[in-house]
Design a protein around this ligand. Structure first.
Ligand code: F6R
Length: 608
C-alpha cells in the first residue's frame, strides 16, 4: 500500500519527510517522490522510480531549510511504476502538488471531461484528476472551496495531501476510506498514512475519519467534516500513541500475516471499486473485452500454489455461473505437458507477484501456441502483467508475509467478477450476486474478529497434532486445499486436503483416535453428503471442527461448528478462507514458528 508523509513547520522538513518515507518502506513500493514549498518560487517536485536511494540522489537539488512538504512511496495501481507516474503529481500550472493513497473509481470519465476542457495530463495515474479538478474549480485562488468541490466529484477511496504554492504554510488533507493520521508536534505538525511516518518526532496523534478534511499549519490544525460541498468545523482531542515503531508498522498486529488477514475486508472493497454498476460487471475495469470473450470455447488457467487454489474456485464459479468450460493446471505441469489448446482458448495466468517462473513460462508457451493471454496479477508492472495481452489487477496492496492471504481472496474476487461478467454476456446474468458482493467488506469486518477467537481457541490442540486433515466437497474442497497448504507452510505440520467423498477410497485408513479433521460444509446442496463423511471420521475417533454455512449446523452431526454469517452460498469462500488462514496463523504462533518468514520458502519464486 502506498505511504504518505507530510511535514509542516519543522526546519528539518526535508530530512524528516525522507526519514518518514524510509519508515513506510515496509508497506512496499515501486517509486517515490517529494514536493517542497520553496518560498517565493512555488512548489518543486523530485521523484524517481525504484528504491528510495534513487530519490535520495535527487534531494541535494532542494535548497536548505525548507519547512513544508509532502512525500510518497507508491505501489502502482493505475499506471506503471515509472518516474512520471510516481507521486507527487502536479496540475497544469505546476502550482499545486498532491500525493494520494487509494483508488479513484470515476477517474476515467473525469479525465476525459477535463482533457476535453484543455487540461494537460502528464501521467497515467488516477490521482492526477484531483489536481486538474481543483484547478478547474478555481485552483490556488480559492483553494479550500476548490478542493472541497473537487473531492465532491470523486468516487472511490482516497487519502490526499495537497500542497499549494499560493498557501505554502499549510497542507490540506482529505480522507475517504484510505487511512490518514495527523501527528501533533510543538510548532510543527505531521501527516502520515500511518503513525510510523512520524513516531520519532511526536506521539500525539489525531485520526482523520472518513469524509473529513484538515488544514494543517505549523501552529494550527483545523478539522472539518465534508457535507455535500460544505465544510462543517469539528473538534477532536489528540491521543497518545503507545505502539513501538515495530508495532506501528504492523498496524498494531504482532505479525504481518495477521495484519494482512484482518485487512482483507478493506482490500475486497478496493478490488471491487468501480468494477460493478447496476447489478452488472464493468468489463473494461477487469481488462476484458466482451466481444472477444464471446468467442472463447473454454478457458485454460495456469498458476502455482495458493494462486492455483484460487484457480480451482475460479473454475467452479466460471463453469457454474457462465457455463464456460475451464481447465486449471499447475503452471509447473502445464509448461511441460505439451498442452493441446482448442483454437481461441485464452490462457489465464493467476499470480500475486507476477514473477513466478513456471507461471511466466506457461504464459510464454501460450503465446507461442497463439493463444490469447490474460493475467490476474497483484503487482502492477510485473513481468506477467507486462507480457499478457490483457490484465486485471487484484488490488490487494503489497503482501509482506510469505504465506499468501489477502492476495488469495482478491484473486478469488477478481475471478468471481470475471465469471459474473461472462455469465451476463452469455445470457445468464446474476444481478443479485453482483449486488451482494458489495456487502462482503462489511460482513468480513464483522466476522473476522469472531473467527480469529474461534481459531485461536483451537490452535493449542492443532499445534500438538501430528497430522491434520481438511475435507470438503465442491467449492469446499478447493478451500480445503488452500487450508492445508497454509497450515503446512507456516506451522510445519503434516496436513492433507481430501475431497470428502474420496476418504473411503483409501485415506480413511489414516484416521484414528484424536486426529484433527477440519471439515468445510458451506454449500446447502452438499451438506447432507459432507455430514455423512464427518460421521465416518468421527466413528474412527477423529476430532472434528466444522466451518459451516449459515443455517447448516442442524444438518451436521454433533461437532464443534463455526457458522458463517448469512450470505449467498457461492460467496461463502470469502469468509471461510480467512478462518483457515487464522487456524494456520494461530497454530504457528502456538508452535513458536517464524510466521512471516517460514523456513525454506520465498515470497516470489522466480526460479524453477
Ligand atoms: C503460499 C504462497 C505460494 C504462492 C505461489 C505462487 O502461501 O504464497 O504458494 O501462491 O508461490 O506465487 P504467485 O501468486 O506470486 O505466482
Amino acid at each position: 500500500m502506498c505511504g504518505i508523509v507530510g511535514v509542516v513547520g519543522s526546519a528539518d522538513a526535508l530530512p524528516r519527510i525522507y526519514d518518514g518515507l524510509k519508515r513506510l518502506e515496509y508497506r512496499g513500493y515501486d517509486s517515490a517522490g517529494i514536493a517542497m514549498a520553496i518560498p517565493g518560487a512555488g512548489v518543486e517536485v523530485r521523484k524517481a522510480q525504484g528504491k528510495l536511494s534513487a530519490l535520495a540522489d535527487l534531494l541535494p537539488g532542494f535548497p536548505a531549510g525548507l519547512t513544508v512538504g509532502i512525500g510518497h512511496t507508491r505501489w502502482a495501481t493505475h499506471g506503471r511504476p515509472t518516474d512520471l507516474n510516481a507521486h507527487p503529481q502536479v496540475d497544469c500550472s505546476g502550482t499545486l502538488a498532491a500525493v494520494h493513497n487509494g483508488i479513484i473509481e470515476n477517474w476515467r470519465e473525469v479525465r476525459e471531461e477535463l482533457e476535453a476542457a484543455g487540461h494537460r495530463f502528464r501521467s497515467e495515474t488516477d490521482t492526477e484528476v484531483l489536481l486538474h479538478l481543483v484547478e478547474a474549480y478555481g485552483g490556488t485562488r480559492d483553494l479550500l472551496p476548490a478542493v472541497t468541490r473537487a473531492v465532491g466529484r470523486l468516487t472511490g477511496a482516497y487519502a490526499f495531501l495537497i500542497l499549494s504554492a499560493a498557501e505554502p504554510e499549510h497542507l490540506i488533507a482529505v480522507r475517504r476510506a484510505s487511512p490518514l493520521v495527523i501527528g501533533v508536534g510543538e510548532h510543527e505538525n505531521y501527516l502520515g498514512s500511518d503513525v510510523s511516518a512520524f513516531l520519532p518526532y511526536t506521539r500525539r496523534a489525531l485520526v482523520l475519519n472518513d469524509g473529513e478534511l484538515a488544514v494543517v499549519g505549523k501552529e494550527d490544525i483545523a478539522l472539518y467534516r465534508l457535507e455535500e460541498e460544505r465544510l462543517v468545523p469539528l473538534h477532536r482531542e489528540p491521543f497518545q500513541v503507545t505502539w513501538t515503531v515495530q508495532q506501528a508498522e504492523r498496524g498494531g498486529y504482532p505479525h504481518f500475516m495477521l495484519k494482512e488477514i484482518m485487512e482483507q475486508p478493506e482490500v475486497w472493497g478496493d478490488c471491487l471499486l468501480g468494477r460493478t454498476a447496476a447489478g452488472a460487471v464493468r468489463w473494461e475495469e477487469l481488462g476484458l473485452d466482451p466481444a472477444e470473450a464471446a468467442g472463447w470455447p473454454r478457458i485454460q488457467m495456469v498458476a502455482a500454489g495458493t494462486a492455483y487454489h484460487a484457480g480451482l474456485l475460479g473454475r467452479a464459479w466460471m463453469e457454474g455461473l457462465a457455463r464456460v468450460p475451464v481447465d486449471v493446471d499447475l503452471s509447473s505441469e502445464f509448461r511441460y505437458r505439451q498442452p493441446l489448446l482448442q483454437p481461441g482458448t485464452p490462457v489465464w495466468a493467476i499470480s500475486q507477484s507476477g514473477e513466478t517462473a513456471d507461471t511466466l513460462a506457461s504464459l510464454r508457451l501460450a503465446r507461442e501456441l497463439g493463444a490469447p493471454t490474460y493475467a490476474v496479477v497483484n503487482v502492477v508492472g510485473s513481468t506477467i502483467a507486462r507480457e499478457a495481452d490483457r490484465v486485471a489487477y487484484t488490488r490487494a496492496g503489497p503482501e509482506i508475509a510469505v504465506a499468501s492471504t489477502k492476495a488469495y481472496t482478491t484473486q478469488l474476487l477478481t475471478l468471481l467478477l470475471a465469471a459474473l461478467g461472462l455469465a451476463g454476456s452469455r445470457g445468464r446474468p446474476r444481478p443479485d450476486l453482483v449486488e451482494e458482493l458489495a456487502a462482503l467488506p462489511r460482513l468480513g469486518r464483522e466476522f473476522l474478529p469472531r473467527a480469529s477467537e474461534w481459531a485461536r481457541a483451537r490452535a493449542g490442540e492443532l499445534a500438538a497434532a501430528r497430522d491434520v486433515f481438511f475435507i470438503g466437497r465442491g467449492l469446499d474442497y478447493a478451500l480445503a486445499m488452500e487450508g492445508q497448504l497454509k497450515l503446512k507452510e507456516i506451522s510445519y505440520l503434516h496436513a492433507e486436503a481430501y475431497a470428502a467423498g474420496e476418504l473411503k477410497h483409501g485415506t480413511l485408513a489414516l484416521i484414528e483416535e484424536g486426529v484433527p479433521v477440519i471439515a468445510l460444509a458451506t454449500q446447502p446442496e452438499l451438506v447432507e453428503k459432507t455430514a455423512s463423511n464427518i460421521e465416518e471420521v468421527q466413528a474412527r475417533g477423529a476430532q472434528v471442527w466444522v466451518i459451516a454455512g449459515a443455517g447448516l449446523a442442524p444438518h451436521l452431526p454433533a461437532a464443534e461448528v463455526l457458522s458463517l454469517p448469512a450470505l449467498p452460498p457461492l460467496l461463502a469462500p470469502f469468509l471461510a478462507a480467512p478462518v483457515l488462514q487464522l487456524l494456520a496463523y494461530w497454530t504457528a504462533v502456538v508452535r513458536g514458528e517464524n510466521v512471516d518468514q517460514p523456513r525454506n520458502l520465498a515470497k516470489s519464486v522466480t526460479v524453477e
